[in-house]
Ligand binder design. Sequence first.
Ligand code: UGA
Length: 460
Amino acid sequence: MVQTGAKPMRDKALSFFGLGYVGLTSAVCFASRGFNVIGFDTDPQKIELINSGKAPFYEPQVEELLREARRRGQLSFTDNPEEAVKGSDTTFITVGTPSNPDGSINLEQVKNASKQIGQALKGKNGYHLVVVRSTVTPGTTENIVKPIIESCSRKKCGESWGLCFSPEFLREGSAVNDTFHPDRIIIGELDRTSGEILEELYRTFYSSEMPKTIRTTPVNAELVKYANNAFLAMKVSFINMIANLCQKLPGADVEVIAEGIGLDKRIGPLFLKAGAGWGGSCFRKDLDALLDFALKNSVELPLVEAALKVNNTQPYRMIELAKGLIGELKGKKVSVLGLAFKPETDDMRDAVSIKIVKRLLEEGARVAVYDPKAMENARKAFGEAVEYAESVEDCLTGSECALIVTEWEEFRKMTPQNFIELMKIPAVVDGRRIYNAESFSPKLRFAAVGLGEKRYYNQH
Ligand code: UGA
């Protein structure tokens, strides 16, 4: 049972346009704290699924909160945009902003949502607040969303309706917790009234735990989101770059370097976990969109380019390490443990596992894969090219090398003995630094990202 401190119904009703990770998670969280919420999505099948109490993706606590809020009658879903707008006072735009093939941002869904909201506002009485929560390039809220809603509603922004941009910072795998406990709230407001209303809404939601709030222009709020993701991606790429140097230095270990620099308050310890690289639906898409946007403004962003460059080759370090342990991979069974881009999600968008599996296949390896949650998505990504294991044990049986690609709890529990008993040749490449090298190295062939060569190569 999730403790959300649900209170009697709040007086404001909210609608969410777009029921992906951000939209559905936000909808269930607001409903759990007593707001009346309507979720809208253009996909009727998704609505049907959600109405049956199921989330279209795996995210801890979301289904539980969904069923609870529906039982209390505070959460409903529709594929009728007018119903969603007319039944609410505030509408959050939470649709996807994917990349175009050239890396630029694709705003089609944002434009469509703006049109639908504008058309519905035409026949609605009373003040309505629209909040863009999808990640959009600077200027989008003011120069794209606002004119579309104004022309479709025939109502001027700032009079009977207001507009803000307010980014989300939730991480997949901990999206519910991040929604309830954000580090800060950013409100980019086009006029004072809309900012006041949104701040009040957050105050009701967070009550005594209201995070530090910055009220600013939409353009600043839009850029905060991009700068935030770019900085995080850069931080991980930085430590991965140092990990690659450690790899060549006998006795060096990136974990110690990360701890050492992380204790400097100016750097901080988070997002310094070296590994097989970062993935997911956000970092690459947002960094590409930021670079494209900057270029169109004649500005270069070399640090952002470098973050991408490091990450492009990082997954292949796993293959090098595997070859260092067992030689050529052709004809050998290699087990890939972990396919989701991070633990506690079934999401494989831009997951490093995809690059790793493809390269293993190119090298002629027989690839067996296992993930506690992402097997369905894996089938879509790899088709008939790999063997789908039903368990870790199944995946490792008869294998000659195991690659740890996602740090699921289930894998952390494995002991050297488990690998020795199941594998034909017990060789493990730890791509997420979940094992203690001291206890693995002497017993089996072991390599880990960012661990200096001598410590394990000399053992064999
Ligand atoms: C990221 C941001 O962290 C969120 O603040 C943001 O709201 C979200 O994007 C978004 O734009 O919607 P997310 O992509 O869900 O969230 O996941 P992260 O926890 O940031 O992890 C991203 C990738 O970096 C994962 O592949 C993870 O394994 C990797 N990572 C992260 C590392 O390799 N090392 C680290 O120290 C941290």
